[in-house]
Ligand binder design. Structure first.
Ligand SMILES: [Zn+2]
Length: 281
């Protein structure tokens, strides 16, 4: 737990999974990334689904919901998921009742971010956070509803329809204030409608990066995932965020880093953005 002015921030892990190390590091060759991250015999690196619980100023908010537990045995095998853990259980373990959450923010709608927002109940799929409005960029919703060959495997329709049918979707268009001190910032690149979340607790600020920078390794500007649809847009999103993060000493929270929940940034000897201090929340 981290106190950020009027807010408390807690990371709850919705469960680990594994992704191809080459895809995760884009054009960076394995000879370089393998010095920073280890991988298994199938070249997969292990990642967390760090969801951020934020409480304060009368709001109980969850940023991201992880993979959930609706994936098929085949999908679980491909993504190296050997557990039934989901974010609802992780919240309960931390003493937080999922039914009490009133705001869910999704950086984008890939399954590893939205999967934990719904659960199977008999033959139906129902929301896990029945009181919460679920905030996503309108542009992201439109992309997820009309997936193409390059992103279809990431936008699982079973994660999306049940939220809309329950009337829980809140589509925003561009930068928006969701609650006093909580703003979403469009940070396109990974997907066109990707957003990050800036929390201002009164003098102290934290940023939930989302997949602009899934881990602390990705703070380096050239480290951009091959999954990203528009890598130059990611580069500019990241450059813009880091300028502000360094100038205003933001605590940057990473959604997929197993070892490092959050970091403060500065410039290294060659003038490039780099991690200067880390913190677990
Ligand atoms: Zn992701």
């Amino acid at each position: 737990m981290h106190a950020l002015g009027d807010f408390s921030l807690t990371v709850v892990n919705g469960g680990n999974f594994r992704l191809d190390g080459g895809a995760m590091h884009g054009v960076v060759p394995k000879t370089l990334w393998s010095k920073l991250v280890s991988c298994d015999d199938q070249n997969r690196c292990e990642y967390a689904t760090n969801c951020l619980y934020v409480e304060g100023r009368g709001v109980r908010m969850l940023i991201e919901t992880g993979n959930g537990d609706k994936l098929s045995p085949r999908q679980k095998e491909v993504f190296g998921i050997d557990h039934d853990r989901a974010v609802a259980g992780a919240l309960t373990e931390a003493g937080i009742d999922p039914a009490s959450i009133d705001l869910v923010v999704l950086s984008h709608l890939h399954f590893d971010h939205v999967g934990g927002a719904t659960v199977r109940k008999g033959n139906a799929i129902v929301p896990v956070f029945p009181r919460a409005r679920h905030v996503v960029q309108k542009r992201e919703w439109q992309a997820a509803m009309a997936p193409h060959e390059r992103n279809r495997a990431s936008y699982l329709q079973e994660n999306l329809g049940p939220l809309r049918e329950a009337g829980l979707l809140d589509l925003v268009d561009g930068e928006a204030e969701l609650a006093p001190g909580v703003r979403v910032l469009p940070t396109p690149g990974h997907t066109p409608g990707h957003q990050s979340v800036l929390i201002d607790g009164g003098g102290q600020r934290a940023l939930f990066c989302g997949d602009v920078a899934p881990t602390s390794v990705h703070v380096r500007l050239p480290y951009i995932m091959a999954y990203d649809l528009d890598v130059e847009a990611t580069l500019e999103s990241k450059r813009g965020l880091w300028q502000r993060a360094i100038a205003e000493d933001w605590l940057c929270v990473f959604g997929h880093d197993c070892a490092c929940h959050a970091a403060r940034l500065g410039l290294d000897a060659s003038g490039q953005p780099a991690v200067t201090a880390t913190e677990n929340l």
